[in-house]
Ligand binder design. Structure first.
Ligand SMILES: CC(C)(COP(=O)(O)OP(=O)(O)OC[C@H]1O[C@@H](n2cnc3c(N)ncnc32)[C@H](O)[C@@H]1OP(=O)(O)O)[C@@H](O)C(=O)NCCC(=O)NCCS
Length: 145
């Protein structure tokens, strides 16, 4: 939750609250991963997490629901390491297709593209910014070999 609260811009209302997270964590098919500042994807309870990924799978598909690195740990490769960890662990769970949804023009798109995600759809005006602007959501897919 500490990462959640600092990682997402309040402008777009993308962060989840504790209740939303805990309700999701108990659902079948939900997975999460934490990454520590040293790049370890299994931080112990006493380590501060630098970032996290939360996903939910159904049959052979899985959707990346939330993905964030705390601002002070960005641009050091942690996002990339966590994304690779997510992809590989989903593959080990037998997943064939991964999905995610992102705001149009989110810089995260560059990271997703570098790891094989491709845009497959647009939800027009899906996100509502605090100033009332509506922003398209881009659905991305990665097909695992
Ligand atoms: C997206 C996010 C997870 C990236 O985390 P990160 O640890 O900074 O990512 P990395 O350091 O591994 O970056 C890997 C590459 O992604 C691209 N990238 C990451 N952040 C970028 C940015 N702000 N602008 C442009 N490119 C960016 C770059 O190509 C980068 O490689 P480089 O640093 O060698 O140029 C992080 O910025 C974040 O938490 N953002 C807010 C939450 C969010 O929008 N999550 C995604 C929701 S869909």
């Amino acid at each position: 939750m500490a990462v959640m609260e600092c990682a997402f811009s309040p402008e777009y209302g993308e962060a989840w609250n504790r209740r939303q997270v805990s309700d999701t964590l108990v659902l079948t098919g939900t997975h999460y991963a934490l990454i520590a500042p040293d790049g370890s994807t299994r931080p112990t309870g006493s380590d501060p997490a630098a970032g996290f990924a939360l996903s939910r799978g159904v049959f052979d598909e899985e959707e990346l629901l939330l993905f964030a690195i705390a601002p002070q740990w960005r641009r050091r490769g942690l996002g990339q390491a966590l994304l690779v960890h997510f992809i590989e662990s989903a593959r080990q769970r037998g997943k064939k297709r991964l999905f995610l949804e992102m705001r149009h023009n989110n810089p995260a798109g560059k990271l997703y593209c570098a790891h094989g995600f491709r845009p497959i759809g647009i939800r027009p005006r899906y996100y509502c910014a605090l100033n009332g602007d509506r922003i398209d959501a881009i659905t991305q897919e990665l097909v695992l070999a």
